[in-house]
Design a binder for this molecule. Structure first.
Ligand code: GYE
Length: 333
């Protein structure tokens, strides 16, 4: 058990090669141990390590697998869909009891999910959705409502329009840093935000580009926004990391983040909350990465043949500066 956990932990930093390495079980026995009353074997295909959110999510899954006595086979796809597909195929070959994954992008999953179904291995989606029409290809989708997150971000701009018009010209020019192109949270947060700001015609998204959910991406794209756009009032970064990268670009341009440009982000990871508390970010919409305990619980239920809800939502809140300062000491991620 311990050995397996160590193997799983090592796999985080390895890529495709690790799929086989981590798949080769140390006990040499049948992996489908739960059939014989042994521990549940779960294959988890993670997106990568692109953000603070993802790091916290990985830790939550690994810690809760350990706590629940689940034998976790963990792979990091380094942001590539083909690596995730390869990992899922390898889990099917190893005859794990259950497969869970957080799909990098929404499209292109039907074939591999059909293979899992044919092998009788239940699949649980965590964090991100797929766009497959056939919902029998997975048991449940556990995670946040990203449209609602985008709406909350947009509502802040609507509610704080006077403040958000930093340049005082009656127009609120918003630049947006999008997440990974094609990923559910990027699509849905963008949609929720766009729909909500329609309530006030003075609010316009004047530029929008992907920063791939990374700090570097956020920094580089913000640098180009600052060069190409006049009178930016607001930045909506679809995650904290891109917002934090953008703050570096804004400061390097001699501007004060949170004052000269109002900043809204999503996630509420520790570094984002610190920046909010310091006044560099103005508002954060929470998106919880602590999905591990619920995932283990759902997996046990699915394998016991219990009915599970096809959509399990995560509870989330929002933070302003005072709330961030109050929450920081107890923040788990
Ligand atoms: O917001 C971002 C991460 O899928 C909810 O992915 C997740 C998003 C999260 O990289 O920081």
């Amino acid at each position: 058990m311990l050995k397996k956990t160590l193997i799983a932990a090592t796999a985080i930093t390895l890529s495709a090669f690790a799929l086989t390495a981590c798949g080769s079980d140390s006990d040499g026995g049948d992996d489908k141990a739960s059939d014989a009353g042994g521990p549940i074997t779960m294959g988890f295909a993670q997106v990568g390590a692109e953000s603070g959110w993802r790091t916290a999510n990985t830790k939550s899954i690994q810690d809760s697998a350990k706590d629940a006595g689940v034998d976790l086979k963990f792979t990091d796809a380094q942001g590539k869909q083909e690596n995730q597909i390869q990992a899922i195929r390898s889990y099917i070959q190893q005859k794990v009891d259950v497969i869970a994954f957080s799909p990098v992008v929404e499209t292109g999953w039907d074939a591999v999910l059909q293979e899992a179904k044919a092998a009788n291995i239940p699949v649980i989606l965590t964090d991100r959705a797929v766009d497959s029409k056939d919902t029998s290809l997975y048991k449940t989708f556990l995670g946040s409502d990203f449209v609602v997150e985008g709406q909350k971000a947009g509502q802040w701009v609507v509610d704080n329009a006077a403040d958000a018009d930093v340049n005082g010209d009656g127009k609120i020019n918003v630049v947006q840093l999008e997440g990974t192109t094609g990923a559910a949270p990027a699509i849905d947060r963008g949609e929720g935000f766009a729909d909500t700001i329609k309530a006030d015609p003075s609010i316009k998204v004047v530029a929008s580009q992907t920063g791939d959910f990374t700090r570097d991406g956020g920094k580089q794209v913000m640098e180009s926004f600052l060069q190409s756009q006049d009178g930016i009032d607001v930045l909506f970064a679809q995650n904290d990391d891109m917002g934090l990268g953008a703050i570096e670009a804004i400061e390097a341009a001699g501007l004060t983040p949170g004052k000269d440009i109002k900043i809204i982000t999503v996630d509420a990871v520790h570094d984002g909350m610190q920046a909010l508390s310091d006044g560099k970010i103005n508002f954060i919409v929470e998106c919880s990465p602590l999905l591990g305990p619920q995932l283990m619980d759902v997996a046990e239920k699915v394998l016991a043949g219990d009915k599970v809800d096809p959509r399990i939502l995560t509870k989330e809140t929002t933070f302003n500066q005072e709330q961030a300062t109050a929450a920081l000491p107890d923040r788990q991620y």
